[in-house]
Design a protein around this ligand. Structure first.
Ligand SMILES: NC(=O)c1ccc[n+]([C@@H]2O[C@H](COP(=O)([O-])OP(=O)(O)OC[C@H]3O[C@@H](n4cnc5c(N)ncnc54)[C@H](O)[C@@H]3O)[C@@H](O)[C@H]2O)c1
Length: 318
């Protein structure tokens, strides 16, 4: 991991990954467009060199990737399902064409590529192993699945060295308030009801962000053979959205007011993956307690973000 570039390293998981590699003695270059979700505040206290740039721009990527780069890890993406329903085009531009630009650079410069995907590419219901067919439901997951197929094609056709990691839903510090867990915490701290889409019985499998990034770094330094293999990283602790909200309320010691609202179009009922390897995960209640504590201690981080439609509205995809 000597010369490491982290694309999208100013976002939620990317900045946790920078902290993880810092602990392993590595100071990466972070390449990030600093969209609404990418914030330099997320990188405070870390060792890194920041280059502001966009994965949609091949020349900007070239400047950073043409040097003596060993590994590129790609967290740069549009990541919010509701936003993808509201306006899908940007998801294709960043999550598909942006990945194509990175793959083209890897053909030219021969670095190893860690492609960050998601459990959502497998779609609704079945418990998927790495070979399961991709069956995405939302524009977001369709864009992620498309990129995964391009990675596979580039490994096979051009001999690009890559692996694909598919974590389940992540949670922890520095997650943008549009996402479920920070939304529940912040709305409850603000005395606002939490909108629950549909019946609230959708099942998700949460993994604490530090478990994701530690396992990724372990794979990169250990078992990765760079032949396009896929690593499923579930949290192994599935809960329904209603159970999750109840647990957050217990951890906060507060009543969470819920408001049932219309369901999101195409909303998957359940994600489930078979893990590709053994790793330790934080028990959900403990991870939630750490997350709540972080949001309590860091109001300055989230208070300026609350006017965002995707935090504020009940059915923001409309
Ligand atoms: N958060 C989750 O629960 C989860 C679960 C599984 C997989 N993932 C995947 O992990 C990755 C990171 O997710 P996250 O939750 O940290 O996302 P995030 O939205 O918090 O951060 C995304 C980062 O990418 C940057 N970015 C966006 N568009 C860019 C562009 N065109 N060029 C350069 N940088 C750009 C943003 O500025 C930001 O720093 C994504 O690929 C996502 O699909 C996330």
């Amino acid at each position: 991991m000597d010369n490491l570039v982290v694309l999208g390293g100013a976002g939620f998981i990317g900045s946790a990954f920078v902290r993880e590699v810092n602990r392993r003695g590595v100071t990466p270059t972070v390449f990030d467009a600093l969209t609404y979700a990418g914030r330099t505040e997320n990188l405070v206290g870390t060792g890194h060199a920041l280059v502001r740039g966009d994965v949609r721009d091949p020349q900007a990527l070239d400047k950073v990737l043409s040097g003596n780069v060993d590994v590129v890890v790609n967290f740069a993406a549009e990541t919010h399902v509701d936003r993808s329903i509201y306006s899908p085009r940007g998801f294709v531009e960043t999550n598909v064409l942006g990945v194509l630009n990175v793959l083209e650079a890897s053909r030219k410069y021969d670095f190893k590529y860690v492609h960050v995907s998601t459990d959502e590419v497998y779609g609704d219901g079945r418990c998927a192993d790495e070979d399961a067919a991709l069956n995405p439901s939302s524009p977001y997951s369709a864009s992620k699945a498309s990129a995964d197929l391009f990675v596979k094609a580039y490994v096979r056709t051009y001999g690009v060295k890559a692996i694909v990691v598919r974590p389940s839903n992540n949670y922890g510090p520095r997650q943008y308030p549009e996402k479920m867990i920070p939304k529940v915490i912040i709305r409850t701290l603000s005395g606002l009801p939490v909108p629950i889409y549909g019946d609230g019985r959708q099942e998700r499998d949460w993994i604490y962000v530090e478990d994701t990034v530690r396992t990724m770094a372990d794979v990169m330094e250990g078992s990765a053979r760079w032949g396009g293999e896929v690593y499923n990283l579930p949290g192994g602790q599935p809960v329904t959205n209603l159970e999750l909200v109840r647990t957050i309320g217990e951890v906060m010691g507060r009543e969470v007011k819920v408001k049932f609202v219309e369901d999101r179009p195409g909303h998957d009922r359940r994600y489930c993956m078979e893990p590709s390897l053994e790793y330790k995960v934080m028990p959900l209640r403990e991870g939630l307690s750490r997350t709540v504590e972080w949001y309590l201690q860091n109001r300055w981080w989230w208070e300026p973000l609350l006017d965002d439609k995707f935090f504020r509205d009940e059915a923001p995809w409309r």
